[in-house]
Design a protein around this ligand. Structure first.
Ligand SMILES: [Zn+2]
Length: 442
């Protein structure tokens, strides 16, 4: 295998890659993972649970399938292949510790409460310094830092006097102060299987098949129970003191939001994602200002976890179908293209909430019945649910909203839920080609 490229040969920063003489198959027992520490998922302390070791530099001590970085694993591989990144690199974790120390909470030691993140992932240095000193390649999977946000819609509200500058949550320069926490996925496979309601063996087989055989250990190493899947991470934004999230007496306003790049970042008006997200942020800020705490959890599950290509195909199919884009056929079009209405699988979502020790959500800024059910079924109490205010619904998003209401999403005023014949009347914008066709017929 020639690992050098023309462009990288002359670069000063190029790292000489040792040509691997052979590939060590991790699927064979006794070949690798010889000295691995045991993982006792849900144990009472970090030391009893044991470190999760998934670094690719740690062949003999790895006790997990997959590697760090979620979907970025593949970019790291390309960077190494291009000679820009040393495959033996050891990170210097000095001063990387959390800006706020959180936990442990009782939920951290219940093996069924958190199955998709490592509760101890933010305290690697604190808990496993003995291992680190011996050279074990343990990496943090959770990071906690501080930030200040400037959000145009919120700035407008502040200017209009609808959100006040308090110097604590909202700064004099109209920025929002937050603690933000990034979570890398760490799956305890028996627990994930239990949430889906299938056997662990079945889950392993399907994961192996659907990743094109990417992780042979899924089927050959049933003794390895933890997997770092190549999927997106989750980010939590906390307004107010993050420690207050665990106190059920303190008012908590929360939005659990699934990524929608088209709306969240680029302001596309076909859905309610960005306006609902920003509304959630505003209410989180207001709650923090009156002595409560606000939480926005942002999950990388683009297009109902089907991805943007599928999503854009569905948009076209919706707009080109006979009768045009209508709330009556909203879910059906997704299923026709993707094979499923929604692939987000909300049952893993509450794990993040349990990491913060949340027991009660006073204000849930979400209409999704799937999210609500998952949260409540995980043992968290929800007091109030809030819809997106009607004045915030973008022009082309009524199709989505009315379809969701009719499908069982939360709606305070049940008389507003449209019947099947009324849903057909809720129409979306036409594609330009349709408009042009109409024009030419005139
Ligand atoms: Zn959206």
């Amino acid at each position: 295998m020639n690992t050098k490229t023309k462009s990288s040969e002359n670069t000063a920063s190029t790292i000489k890659l040792k040509k691997p003489s052979h590939v060590v198959l991790t699927s064979h027992k006794n070949m690798v993972f010889r000295d691995r520490p045991n993982v006792n998922w849900g144990a009472a302390t970090a030391k009893d649970r044991g470190p999760i070791i998934a670094a690719t530099t740690a062949l003999n001590t790895r006790n997990a399938i997959g590697s760090h970085g979620g979907g970025y694993t593949v970019y790291r591989a390309l960077s190494i292949a291009a000679g820009k990144y040393s495959p033996d690199f050891k990170p210097d974790l000095n001063n990387t510790y959390a800006t706020t120390e959180l936990g442990p909470y009782p939920s951290w030691t219940r093996p069924d409460r958190m199955v998709s993140i490592d509760p101890w992932g933010a305290q690697i240095v604190e808990n496993f310094s003995d291992y680190l000193n011996k050279g074990f390649a343990i990496r943090p999977t959770i990071a906690v830092t501080q930030a200040q946000l400037t959000i145009p819609e919120v700035v407008e509200k502040i200017k209009a006097g609808k959100i006040k500058i308090d110097g604590k949550i909202v700064t004099d320069s109209m920025e929002l102060k937050v603690t933000k926490i990034a979570f890398e996925p760490v799956w305890y496979l028996p627990g994930v299987a239990q949430r889906i309601g299938i056997s662990e063996g079945e889950l392993r087989k399907i994961l192996f098949t659907e990743t094109g055989g990417m992780f042979p250990e899924l089927v050959t190493r049933p003794d390895l129970k933890v997997m770092l899947p190549p999927i997106g991470s989750t980010t939590a934004y906390v307004f107010g003191d993050p420690k207050d999230l665990a106190n059920p007496q303190i008012e908590l306003t929360c939005r659990v939001h699934d990524e929608c790049n088209g709306s969240d970042v680029f302001g596309s008006d076909i859905c309610t994602c960005r306006p609902y997200l920003v509304h959630g942020i505003e209410e989180a800020v207001r709650t923090a200002q009156r002595g409560g705490v606000g939480l926005i959890a942002y999950y990388r599950k683009e297009g109902r976890a089907l991805g943007e290509v599928t999503k854009f195909l569905v948009y076209n199919a919706r707009k080109r179908q006979v009768g045009g884009d209508s709330a009556a056929t909203y879910f059906k079009r997704t299923e026709c293209v993707a094979g499923v209405e929604d692939a987000r699988f909300q049952e893993l979502m509450p794990d993040i909430l349990h990491w913060f020790g949340i027991q009660k959500i006073h204000n849930l800024m979400s209409m999704s019945n799937m999210k609500y059910d998952a949260i409540v079924n995980s043992g968290i109490e929800v007091i109030n649910r809030f819809e997106i205010p009607p004045e915030l619904i973008p022009e082309d998003a009524h199709v989505e909203l009315e379809a969701k209401r009719a499908a069982g999403y939360f709606s305070k005023d049940k008389t507003q839920i449209k019947k099947q014949d009324e849903l057909a009347q809720v129409q979306g914008r036409k594609l330009e080609e349709e408009v042009a066709k109409k024009e030419s017929r005139k």
